[in-house]
Write a protein that binds this ligand. Structure first.
Ligand code: SF4
Length: 299
């Protein structure tokens, strides 16, 4: 007879098998996906020409992808209901509309699908929904913040590509959070340089694919190489400071940043208490101390 532990193990295995069976294999393609901006051109060429060389996604990661898809669908359904009673009312339309951006040689360079559009005040504004790890989302307050983090930067370029492809001046990024979702407005004109750089990058990558060549190794960013899926088995750039330990987990990075913030807050509180006591002592005739109040500053 199976024990409860055996049953739990078997169900977890069946769950993982189910997700693994549903995973679609990566296949070579001749243009860049809007979601696939990378800092390294060489990595983008690999992704177009040899995606089958990457190991399959582990079941745990596939489960996270699935959860993200579920959250995106739920958020859009909620938004559609909320829009009926909003002032002004809005609706969610045009889900999964495909777009193609061509390069200067009229080749399809970047393709993608817009998650949805918000129809409000006679405007049809593109909307991209992201259900990233809470640790990442906590650090994002403005659209520009996406570009500060290697794990969210691609999402920023993705939405810019949608706006550019749709010829829309403005759109939104809807971020899933444990509380209210965060809706970030995005203005294409303010980010036009970024978008044009993405298009130029895609054109350069396609040139390499068509010529059967590889761009040079990425220089000066060994952290990027170490978190790159191609590092070690397909691409072996000479990295400086190989003994350094580099973080490749966005949640761990976020936890460390939080801890730093907490310790800064604690330090501020301690200094405030010290300064208050120091001022009191310097004012007290009974202390017999000099009248100078020493000041503590948080580091
Ligand atoms: S390992 Fe570095 S150089 Fe090679 S593809 Fe990845 S990021 Fe580019």
């Amino acid at each position: 007879m199976l024990t409860a532990t055996d049953i739990a193990d078997r169900i977890t295995t069946a769950w993982a098998d189910h997700l693994t069976r549903q995973a679609r294999p990566n296949t070579p393609h001749d243009h860049v996906y809007a979601s696939a901006w990378r800092v390294c051109d060489r990595r983008m060429v690999y992704e177009l020409t040899a995606p089958e060389r990457l190991p399959p996604w582990p079941a745990d990661l596939l489960a996270r992808f699935r959860r993200g898809d579920d959250r995106e669908r739920d958020l859009l359904a909620d938004a559609a209901r909320i829009g009926r009673d909003a002032d002004p009312p809005f609706s969610i339309i045009g889900q999964q509309e495909r777009f193609v951006l061509k390069d200067h040689k009229s080749r399809p360079a970047i393709t993608g699908k817009v998650d949805a559009r918000i129809l409000i005040d006679n405007q049809r504004m593109p909307l991209e929904v992201k259900a990233w790890a809470p640790m990442l989302v906590d650090r994002i307050e403005r659209f520009e913040d996406l570009f500060d983090n290697p794990w969210t930067r691609g999402g920023g370029y993705q939405l810019l590509a949608y706006l550019y492809g749709a010829g829309e001046p403005c759109g939104f990024m809807l971020l899933d959070r444990s509380g209210l979702p965060r809706l970030l407005p995005v203005n294409l004109e303010a980010n036009l340089d970024r978008m044009e750089a993405f298009l130029t990058k895609a054109e350069r990558v396609i040139d390499h694919v068509q010529a059967g060549t590889l761009p040079d190794y990425l220089e000066g960013d060994s952290a990027e190489c170490r978190r790159c899926s191609w590092y070690g088995h397909t691409c072996n750039p000479p990295l400086a400071a190989t003994s350094a330990t580099l973080l490749t987990d966005p949640e761990l990075e976020a936890q460390l940043e939080r801890r730093t913030r907490r310790s800064t807050r604690t330090s501020r509180r301690s200094c405030a208490a010290w300064n208050s006591a120091s001022r009191a002592t310097s004012r007290s005739p009974a202390s017999g101390a000099s009248n100078r109040a020493w000041t503590c500053r948080p580091t």
